[in-house]
Design a protein around this ligand. Sequence first.
Ligand code: ATP
Ligand code: MG
Length: 250
Amino acid sequence: MLRVESWNKSFGSNHVLRDISVTIGTGETVTIIGASGSGKSTFLRTLNYLETPDTGVLYIGPDLQHLSIYEGGMLDKNKVVELRRHTAMVFQSFNLFRNKTALGNVTEALTVVRRMKKDEAEEIAVRCLNQVGMGDRMYYYPHMLSGGQQQRVSIARALALSPEVILFDEPTSALDPEMVGEVLNVIRGISHKNSTLIIVTHEMKFAREVSDRVMFFGDGTICEAAPPDELFEHPQHEKTQQFLRSVLNH
Ligand SMILES: Nc1ncnc2c1ncn2[C@@H]1O[C@H](COP(=O)(O)OP(=O)(O)OP(=O)(O)O)[C@@H](O)[C@H]1O
Ligand SMILES: [Mg+2]
């Protein structure tokens, strides 16, 4: 479970996130859609403090542990470390270590982030690579893998950490079209299991099918949030209607 209250972020005079408050349930799959520049990535990045929000409170975990208050005071580094133990991020550009195999990439996340012993880490890494259909390419280096395969390794790396929340920022938009499906299938396969998934995507069909809730971002806020059938069939907000008209006509 994750909850933010009064979440704000500006870059100079550009007020990108405007007082967002939202709760996302354990095991829920939420997709975030919206126009380019509407703050989707910024929102995701502030949720694990890759960007620091200007103000706001974040609670995370089954008991909604209070993890950060940031009201112009100093950010507590220990709390950021603690927060990151609960989250993992999957990037558009995979962000794998080039000099490590698929297995090495996943294992390293566990030995470094979780301080796990190598044997134990490898056992988990193998299981997660199998889960994303990469068990037969464990010893390949990133340059020997397709974009879709690299993205599946990066999803295995996130899964290995057993995070409370996995954050995906456009996980398929750097892929050739023929590789989008395999990555979306892997995400479908892990949804509604242990982790909460928050996915920024431009794939409307996928959003409609995988989400418990779709959030439409506009003007720095969540303009509208609803189950996919409602949001796509009966968008209430004019901005949502405009956005859907423009993307669905494409
Ligand atoms: N590090 C930064 N420094 C300054 N401005 C930034 C920074 N990151 C984002 N912005 C600005 O914040 C706004 C929101 O950007 P963001 O990347 O969150 O949008 P987005 O919804 O993810 O867009 P897209 O769909 O194109 O990925 C934009 O106006 C952008 O220029
Ligand atoms: Mg973005």
